[in-house]
Design a binder for this molecule. Structure first.
Ligand SMILES: Cc1cc2nc3c(=O)[nH]c(=O)nc-3n(C[C@H](O)[C@H](O)[C@H](O)COP(=O)(O)OP(=O)(O)OC[C@H]3O[C@@H](n4cnc5c(N)ncnc54)[C@H](O)[C@@H]3O)c2cc1C
Length: 467
């Protein structure tokens, strides 16, 4: 009989499969997607957040355990399990030599991104190169991989894994790792979680999914229905405001619109609704998906003038341009009088200051609601440019509760041979909020723990572990 069955085909699944194989187990991976789309959301990633006490190859200075922990505590507002979080943080300091052995290469972060140069190790070639390297290494080590193999359900005997079902095929194994992601691509589940608003709209119908279409949460739902302990809130997700023209799935990072803090954002009534200059963009970009989701039609427009051009990473597609503000309103199909009134009110509320986008400068509005706290320059130099924005979901946070062994738990009891890793359990560490690169830190740490434990369990260790 097969030792370890790994369900999923992204970073967490690959880390589990490689580790289980290294521990001597026979391993089969089941990936729902065709080969060309393998790698889930992991194929879209760029970096991993790493603890280190001194400069290390691509990482400058130091990023000690306590600072990493405080960062996590702050973004989650305390919705995190300290023991599991610290386990992830410590693992992030030692994992890169193992990643390199399996073909992953690193590069320093791009110039100008000083704080990520200290905290985040970037993958050469991005997440696509990382998953391709892992697949190559897995195949070389003898891990079997099957594509287009979505698991619909699993068979349990109490808390013990028995087999998985792909269509009518039953696949038995001594142990199993679940690493099949969140439910962000399940439109019905998103509707259920987000509900209907006071305007009668289902906001989630307008959400775009930044990653894979294959993360439909089939097994997450199955496990919750089967009585597995859960963690996290179904309405919590990492959500960014992205180009409204992005594809429904797999737009990846290049669909981000990064000029919000350099201009103003209006809704379809031509009104501003939030402080665009509240804080540095890397600290605020992830709240804008939810802000746009609360607007009528779940759409908004980021408006800049010629002064902003060159100060942000240009989007893939050109924006809508016009020489005057009324012309821009007409081109966007927004109510012209309201739009022009909003822009004029903003322009006349901008107080003179010394503009500096690299610090929280003193260019702010006065007597305007909502205020723009920093980088508030009048929008008065043509041409004017607008980008339509829609909410883009990165991943959902609802998952399965686990412990330091990565075991799935039922009513507080740990399964002796069923483990979980990646997005499917990230909510244990990340109850809300986000800090860049931590998704891959969690998936790598818990993927490796789950793979190790699954191998031990298949080799007889699980009996002792459960005793
Ligand atoms: C655009 C974008 C950029 C990101 N950038 C970063 C970054 O730079 N750093 C970072 O840390 N995080 C980043 N993230 C988050 C990161 O992608 C996730 O935290 C991480 O990839 C999760 O890994 P995973 O293996 O759990 O899930 P995934 O990589 O999504 O893998 C899930 C896998 O399960 C498969 N699957 C689903 N259902 C089934 C089923 N029923 N049967 C079989 N297989 C199934 C899917 O096909 C997929 O292969 C980004 C996400 C996106 C969308």
């Amino acid at each position: 009989m097969l030792d370890v069955l790994v369900i999923g085909g992204g970073n967490a699944a690959l880390c589990a499969a490689l580790t289980a194989r290294e521990a001597g187990a026979t391993v089969l991976m089941l990936e729902a997607s065709p080969r060309a789309w393998r790698g889930g959301n992991s194929q879209h990633t760029r970096n991993l957040r790493c603890m280190h006490d001194e400069p290390q190859d691509v990482l400058i200075d130091a990023y000690p355990e306590e600072e990493f922990w405080q960062d996590l505590l702050k973004v989650t507002g305390g919705r995190t399990d300290e023991a599991l979080a610290r386990l992830v943080i410590r693992a992030s300091s030692t994992v890169r030599p193992w990643m390199r052995r399996h073909g992953v290469h690193f590069q320093p972060s791009l110039s100008g991104a000083l704080h990520t140069a200290r905290t985040n190790a970037f993958f050469m070639g991005g997440g696509k190169a990382l998953v391709n390297a892992y697949y190559r290494s897995a195949e070389n080590l003898g891990v079997q991989v099957r594509y287009e193999a979505p698991v619909a359900r699993i068979e349990l005997d109490g808390e013990r894994f028995v087999a998985a079902w792909v269509g009518e095929e039953r696949i038995a194994a001594r142990s199993c790792v679940l690493a099949s992601g969140g439910f962000e691509s399940n439109r019905e589940w998103l509707r259920e979680a987000w509900g209907r608003n006071e305007r009668g709209e289902y906001p989630s119908d307008q959400f775009l999914i930044r990653g894979t279409r294959f993360n439909t949460g089939t097994l997450l739902r199955f496990m919750l229905d089967a009585g597995a302990d859960s963690v996290g809130d179904p309405t919590q997700a990492h959500m960014v405001a992205i180009d409204a023209r992005a594809p429904l799935y797999d737009g990846g990072i290049c669909t981000r619109i990064d000029c919000v803090s350099l201009g103003v954002v209006v809704n379809r009534d031509g009104q501003r609704f939030y402080d665009e200059g509240e804080d540095f963009w890397p600290k605020r970009y992830a709240i804008w998906g939810r802000l746009v989701a609360q607007q009528p039609g779940q759409t908004a427009w980021s408006i800049i003038d010629a002064k902003a051009v060159g100060r942000f990473m240009p989007p893939v597609f050109a924006g809508t341009r016009a020489q005057t503000l009324p012309e821009l309103a007409r081109a966007l199909g927004l109510p012209e009088p309201e739009f022009v009134r909003t822009l004029q009110a903003y322009n006349s509320a901008c107080r003179p200051g010394s503009f500096d986008h690299t610090r929280l400068d003193d260019c702010r509005t006065e007597g305007l609601s909502p205020v723009k706290s920093h980088w508030a320059l009048p929008i008065d130099k043509p041409p004017f440019t607008a980008y339509a924005l829609r909410p883009g979901v990165t991943f959902t946070y609802l998952g399965l509760r686990t412990d330091e062994t990565a075991a799935v738990r039922f009513g507080g009891r740990a399964s002796p041979n069923l483990y979980v890793a990646g997005e499917m359990m990230a909510g244990n560490v990340l109850g809300q909020g986000y800090t860049a690169g931590v998704g891959m830190s969690i998936g790598t740490a818990f993927g490796r723990i789950a793979g190790q434990r699954a191998a031990w369990s298949a080799q007889g260790g699980g009996v002792h572990a459960a005793a």
